[in-house]
Structures are given as structure tokens and as C-alpha cells.
Design a protein around this ligand. Structure first.
Ligand SMILES: Nc1ncnc2c1ncn2[C@@H]1O[C@H](COP(=O)(O)OP(=O)(O)OP(=O)(O)O)[C@@H](O)[C@H]1O
Ligand SMILES: [Mg+2]
Length: 345
């Protein structure tokens, strides 16, 4: 463990237990009986995380990515002392994730995608931010709230009550509540959900600002493109398992792959198969082709020196190429490369 390590997690697993209570069995007397039955039924267990180990250095932006149910939120909850792991251990800023959970909470600011559900619906956007700041013991809360409101352009709805706010507005209130709390570690769980392109840019800017102040940021997302701006090291999760850890280029097993975006008038599974078999591309093409007026735009991971073969093959198959451009390697390229045919959208 290096001196700069601030998050250090070893073999963390989490199993959730479900309890199914039949209607007529509900009632305090039967509660314990149900727990006893639950313990015997293995099929009611969900392994949300399986043997996760990783570390993060102070001042890093570290990404946690993966599809729905991968275990991102569970991991963040464990790392902030909200829930305990079933097995495994870890230290965050020298506090044990189990024994030091109370102290741990004081080190962390947490923005969660679903935290807006915890907003006080009778209060306005501004009042919600101020109430949270008071709870968290923030000094100069009013001044800081005004700054955040101005930064995110929230003036037009700061005096509206929660039911009158759009989903994106509520998310901005949650974000502002997270950022008003000045802590050395910031967890952002799906912070880009529901907010528009302009606000996403502002949020990225704020994250970079916090990083330059020396804060450590853990950010989860299902949308990789939101994270590429930080060139982060990433933990790839899939069904509770680690699929890879590292920056996009480190996560590839081959270092000769170049992403190209090609706009063509047709694309089918047979073409994909030929390109794969001839070693021109390294991964199957994701399903989400962009199709506009019969122009398909496909992102391909092309092996170095193979781009001419790609063009030749497409021409041979009577596919018309409108445009071909070289791109930078993204986290999504790395993810698709690592999980290959596993479904991911
Ligand atoms: N409180 C809970 N009780 C039981 N099971 C849970 C609980 N919270 C999460 N799970 C299960 O654990 C698994 C991981 O869920 P988690 O919320 O950590 O995933 P996620 O990666 O954050 O997904 P998403 O992208 O949808 O937010 C899922 O199978 C989920 O159903
Ligand atoms: Mg989640």
C-alpha cells in the first residue's frame, strides 16, 4: 500500500438476503419465523459483489462502471459505511470500513442518483440545500449554496418546491447538496442521470476543480462517454465481478487497436463476422449503430495496419463508405473488448 493510497479494499463481497412474506403470515409474531426460513433458503440470496479488491490514490478521479445490477451502488454504500460487506476488509483514509464507519461518514460527501427521493417535498430547492448543509454542519452555507445555484444556473427554480421540479432539476438539487459538503472524498453515484449536456459539462468542470484541490473522487456511471473526459482509472464491474481495472489503454490485452468511426450505407452480421475472422477488427460491433437516413455509423476497433484491409473488404462487399475517422480509445471500447460478447448497452 503506497503512502498516497486513500481507498484500499480487499476481497469485499456482499450478499443480500431477500425476505418473502406471504400476506396472511404478516405480523410481528411471525417475523422471526420468516427470518429462520430465509436463512435456510439459498435461492433468496443475491451476490451483489464478489471478491472485489482495488485501491485509489489521493487526488484521483476513479470510475466505477458497469451495467444495471453490476454492484456499483452497493460498492459505494460499503465504501461510505452505509452498509457492511458480508466478507472482506478495507480502509478509507485510515478508517476501517466496518469499525470506523462513523468516522468514515465524516470523510465523505455522497451524491446518489436516487437521493432526490430523500428531498423534503414541502421545501423549495434552495431550502433543501440549506437544510442538508445545516444537518452536515457546513459553515457559510448560504454563501456556498448561492455559489452552487449560480454555477449550475438554478436561479429560475431555486424557490420552487420539489413536486414542481423536473427530474433534472431534482438531480441538480441532489448534486448541489453533495457539493456543499466539503469533504476530502467525494462519491458520485450516477451523477449525470437526467441532466442535460450543458449541465453535464458544468458538472465535469466542477469535478476537475475538486480534483485540482486534492480531493479524491469516485464516480459511477453506466454511460462511459461522460467519464472519458477524466481519463480515469476504472473498475469494470459486471454481475458483481471485477472485469478489469485500469485506464482504457491498460485494459486492452492488445496494444495495437485503434478505434475508427465509419459511416456506411449498410452493415450486417455477416460483414461483422468476416471482419472478425480476417482479424481486421478485434471486437463484435455493439448493437447500438447510429442510423440516420440509411447511413449507418459504426465504431470499430481496428488492428493497427489493417485499415486498408477494412476499406477493401467493405468495397468488396459493395458497401459504400461516406466517412472514416480515427478516434481516441474510450472506456467503452475497453469495456466491450473485455467483456466481448456479453450483453452491454
Ligand atoms: N437492498 C437490497 N436488497 C436486496 N438486493 C439488493 C439490494 N440492493 C441491491 N440489490 C441487488 O444487488 C445487485 C447489485 O445492485 P446495485 O444497486 O449495487 O447495482 P448497480 O450497479 O448500482 O446498478 P444500477 O446501474 O442499476 O444502479 C442487484 O442484483 C440488486 O438487485
Ligand atoms: Mg446504482
Amino acid at each position: 500500500m503506497s503512502e498516497k493510497t486513500i481507498i484500499d479494499i480487499h476481497n469485499v463481497s456482499k450478499t443480500y438476503n431477500y425476505m418473502k412474506i406471504r400476506r396472511k403470515e404478516q405480523g410481528p409474531g411471525l417475523w422471526f419465523a420468516n427470518i429462520a426460513r430465509l436463512k435456510r433458503s439459498k435461492e433468496r440470496e443475491v451476490r451483489a459483489l464478489n471478491n472485489i479488491s482495488f485501491s485509489v490514490e489521493k487526488g484521483e478521479v476513479f470510475a466505477v462502471v458497469g451495467p444495471n445490477g453490476a454492484g456499483k451502488t452497493t460498492l459505494m454504500k460499503i465504501l461510505s459505511g452505509i452498509i457492511y460487506p458480508t466478507t472482506g476488509k478495507g480502509n478509507i483514509a485510515h478508517f476501517d470500513i466496518i469499525k470506523g464507519h462513523k468516522k468514515l461518514k465524516e470523510m465523505i460527501a455522497f451524491v446518489s442518483a436516487s437521493f432526490w427521493m430523500g428531498l423534503e417535498w414541502q421545501l423549495t430547492a434552495m431550502e433543501n440545500i440549506l437544510q442538508y448543509a445545516t444537518l452536515m454542519g457546513v459553515n457559510n452555507a448560504r454563501e456556498k449554496a448561492d455559489e452552487l445555484i449560480h454555477f449550475f444556473g438554478m436561479e429560475s427554480f431555486k424557490n420552487k418546491r420539489v413536486p414542481e421540479l423536473s427530474a433534472g432539476m431534482r438531480q441538480l438539487v441532489s448534486i448541489a447538496r453533495g457539493f456543499i459538503v466539503e469533504r476530502p472524498i467525494i462519491y458520485l453515484d450516477e451523477p449525470f442521470v437526467s441532466i442535460d449536456v450543458e449541465k453535464r459539462k458544468l458538472l465535469s468542470q466542477l469535478i476537475e476543480e475538486k480534483q485540482s484541490e486534492g480531493k479524491t473522487i469516485l464516480i459511477s456511471s453506466q454511460v462511459f462517454t461522460d467519464l472519458d473526459v477524466f481519463h480515469p482509472r476504472a473498475l469494470f464491474l459486471n454481475k458483481g465481478e471485477v472485469v478489469g481495472i485500469g485506464r482504457a489503454n491498460e485494459l486492452m490485452k492488445e496494444n495495437n487497436l485503434i478505434p475508427y468511426e465509419v459511416s456506411i450505407d449498410a452493415f450486417d452480421k455477416e460483414t461483422e463476422k468476416v471482419l472478425l475472422n480476417k482479424g481486421i477488427i478485434a471486437t463484435p460491433v455493439p448493437d447500438e449503430l447510429i442510423q440516420l437516413d440509411n447511413v449507418f455509423t459504426v465504431r470499430l476497433l481496428v488492428r493497427d495496419g489493417m485499415v486498408n484491409n477494412l476499406i477493401k473488404e467493405l468495397i468488396k462487399r459493395k458497401i459504400h463508405i461516406f466517412e472514416l475517422s480515427k478516434k481516441d480509445l474510450s472506456l467503452k471500447d475497453a469495456y466491450l473488448y473485455r467483456v466481448k460478447n456479453e450483453t452491454y448497452h
